[in-house]
Design a binder for this molecule. Structure first.
Ligand code: 5AD
Ligand code: SF4
Length: 437
């Protein structure tokens, strides 16, 4: 979502004459868009700010001014601390206020002190963003349809930094999708912290869920590929499962975080479901779409997690078989219930569990990728590959695929015979039938 937010910040600033430059050294304005989800991400902000301070000083020596802004969830959560630790920062703005950037830039130019905007405004930023959006190259785009979260998992800062759950009206999403489609976008990834909790006002006066929205984007707007992320197991409604059966445009890849396979830890995490409920849900999804690839997030070492709990997580991983996954050591976040709970797991235990879990997930990922060798799959080419003459793209299962091919295929979908697996990508050749024109 930060990628999407950064693009939209550029859209907001374009009418003021700002354009992207190649390096911070050439920038009149630098916005650091930040993530607060784990402590490492937050700490990175301060080391990055140290680097940008030098850039700002070097520019000042050349007589050039630089507006330095910190945006995103670290700004939201630690705005005051940023200003005291990094007084050379000019603007601090949370994720819900970036539509006010032009006004903040003007205020920063006038004011002696820094400008800080971290309230949750009554107005919806989406209503104030420019209607025209610069379409990303490569045929794939993100589109935020929902933000915030009311789930309050014990470990998570999102409900505090992104705020309460809220959905954009369906018509606004459809209009943005139409614009992207007109600019050549073939694949849209619908975004939200709890994207499948989407419940936007529909043009018919009813509330639309994600399934209904996806159907319109597929059938009426003509989006060739639709993805959505991130989903919560509790919001996986029947009509969304049915959409996976009925809509070929809905890609057969689902990121559905489970976090843990232990019922005790799932309860401590306030996830609202058991491990078996997750297994049953995946079963129903696979009945609907047999080639559905699953991805998840895992946290090891949540407070109170025992060896037996961890073994339950390993058992769940074995049972499901993930195509890929992200896994993290539990990281204590200020203000969350888990941070104040007892039973913190020692760092070395967390390390050992993470290694063991990642080793199994690595094997599962390789196994999944190996199983696609020999298939002919449609690949959306999003850009050039690393080697000259190479294109890089995405399979329906979100695998990176590289082939030799002409630049004219960038932004287009073409069939590929998948031949090789590398560590994090596949290699293949364009099929004979591919129209290279
Ligand atoms: N510690 C470790 N991982 C976390 N995540 C969220 N909060 C924490 C935390 N405090 C992980 C979850 C979530 C992903 C986006 O980040 O797995 O799904
Ligand atoms: Fe955080 Fe996701 Fe839980 Fe919401 S559902 S609190 S975003 S982990």
């Amino acid at each position: 979502m930060n990628v999407y937010d950064s693009e939209r910040m550029s859209d907001v600033l374009r009418p003021l004459g700002y354009r992207a430059v190649g390096t911070p050294d050439d920038a009149d304005m630098i916005i650091l868009n930040t993530c607060h989800i784990r402590d490492r991400a937050a700490e990175k902000v301060f080391s990055e700010l140290g680097r940008l301070r030098k850039v700002k000083e070097a520019r000042a020596e050349r007589g050039e001014g630089t507006v330095l802004a910190v945006a995103g969830c670290v700004a939201q959560a630690e705005g005051r601390e940023i200003l005291s630790r990094a007084p050379y920062v000019d603007i601090v703005l949370g994720p819900q206020t970036y539509h006010r950037l032009p006004e903040m830039v003007a205020r920063a130019a006038r004011a002696a002190g820094a400008v800080i905007e971290t309230d949750f405004p009554v107005e919806q930023k989406f209503d104030f963003l420019p209607a025209d959006r610069a379409a990303p190259a490569g045929g794939a785009a993100f589109l935020t349809i929902q933000e915030g979260c009311d789930k309050f998992c014990s470990f998570c800062v999102v409900p505090y930094t992104r705020g309460a759950e809220s959905s954009r009206p369906a018509q606004a999403v459809i209009a943005e999708a139409r614009q992207l489609a007109a600019a050549g976008v073939r694949e849209i990834t619908l975004l939200g912290q709890n994207v499948n909790a989407y419940h936007g006002d529909g043009p018919d006066g009813r509330t639309w869920g994600l399934a209904r929205l996806a159907r319109v984007l597929a059938d009426d707007v003509g989006i060739a590929r639709i993805r959505y992320t991130t989903s919560h197991p509790r919001d996986m409604e029947d009509d969304l499962i049915a959409a996976h059966r009925d809509l070929p445009q809905l890609m057969p890849f689902l990121h559905l975080p489970v976090q843990s396979g232990s019922d005790r830890v799932l309860a401590a995490m306030n996830r609202g479901h058991t491990a078996d409920e997750y297994r049953a849900l995946v079963g129903r999804l696979r009945d609907a779409r047999p080639d559905l690839a699953l991805s998840s997030d895992f946290i090891v070492g949540h407070p109170s997690e025992t060896d037996a709990d961890f073994a339950d997580t390993m058992r769940l991983i074995d049972d499901i078989g993930f195509a890929q996954a992200y896994s993290f050591k539990y990281s204590s976040r200020p203000g969350t219930p888990a941070a104040g709970a007892g039973g913190h797991v020692p760092e070395d235990v967390k390390d050992a569990r993470l290694q063991e879990l990642q080793a199994v997930l690595r094997v599962q990922q390789d196994t999944f990728n190996d199983a696609t060798i020999g298939l002919t799959a449609p690949v959306l080419f999003t850009g050039r590959g690393r080697k000259p003459g190479q294109l890089s793209g995405k399979s329906p299962w979100l695998q990176a695929v590289n082939v030799d091919g002409p630049d004219s295929l960038i932004g287009r979908i073409a069939n590929v015979d998948i031949r090789h697996r590398y560590t994090n990508s596949l290699g293949g050749v364009l099929t004979e039938e591919t129209d290279r024109a």
